[in-house]
Design a protein around this ligand. Sequence first.
Ligand code: GDD
Ligand code: MN
Length: 377
Amino acid sequence: MNEAIRPGQGTSSQAAATPEVSVVVPTFNERDNVSALFRKLEAALAGIAWEVIYVDDNSPDGTWDVVRALARQDSRVRCIRRIGRRGLSGACIEGILASSAPCAAVIDADLQHDETQLPKMLGLLQSGDADLVVGSRYIEGGSADSFDRQRAGFSLLATRVAKRVLRVDVADPMSGFFAIRRDRFEQLAPQLSTQGFKILLDIVATARGTLRIREIPYTFGSRLHGESKLDSMVALDFLGLVLAKLTGDVVTLRFLLFAMVGSLGLVVHLTALAVALDLFHWSFPEAQAFGALVAMTSNFLLNNFLTYRDQRLKGFGILRGLLLFYLVCSVGLFANVGVAFSVYDQEPIWWLAGAAGALMGVVWNYAMSGLFVWRKR
Ligand code: GDD
Ligand code: MN
């Protein structure tokens, strides 16, 4: 091996040694917490070669800037600043994939997790006793006292559903605090969802029992500064993950929402058509065009608000997106009618042909909208 790149050779300070563990910290608006966490990690991981990778989604409060300043003082600190993307799971995945250490741990920035457990978690991975170690609130010795009743109720319900439906055999699959062997994570990474919050549940469900899992108790504390980023949408995210895993990733929540919005669009269309005919006394072609325009517009707005809330278009982007959406839907209509005709040609059953056309239309609109209207950067 080349002398110059032999790991750990000729380095006097621990900061330059190859890390045994990368601690991945997803952040969004956590500028007041990142330095405090770093100092706590420094104390907890004394004697271990470690690094910390903050993954920040371009926080408006400039968290990434604070992390960069930390990184200039200490080479154990790294910063990934993601632009045009949001999501806890995706941030954790990118952080772990940016690591070359044999082990990675994920911990929240707000000091709600107990970083003093990290050496124990790392020890279990290094001894070969486990591939994944979960910091658990729901086993003997752990607790989540800082949760309000509503949050505690939802957390327990989700845990029960996950265990029953996805056969996940972990006491606290919703935990955001865990450590994993990076080689095992790398194998699973291509199948993980970058959306939502439930990365641990996703890892365990995707691994289908092939990971050796250990749980250790910890107490979920109170947030140091700032506020939680998890809102009522976590319920939707959770359902989406369950759905995707149950159908082998064929049906996604996004597609289901898109199709639901589309069905609602039919109702909107018919209502607008009736109004134009009866109230405005327009001719049928005019009224039909009006109905289509109203339905496409309301579909676009609903999709922007719900289906693609994580990639919501704003400002001028809304207008551009709306025009593109009109275009996509117009072509979708041709696809719809074309398929319906050819099915009817083979098998003259009106509802079968109609349904086949509608399905073609929604699949087309969904695929093209994802490509052109709410395109990922
Ligand atoms: N990069 C990035 N992008 N980070 C994010 C995002 C995001 O979109 N959303 C949240 N974070 C970061 C926060 O800055 C914080 O460091 C961490 O992820 C957890 O977010 P919180 O907003 O503090 O979540 P919580 O405390 O309400 O929920 C915690 O407990 C849940 C268990 O019930 C988290 O650990 C969840 O993962 C966990 O499921
Ligand atoms: Mn938190």
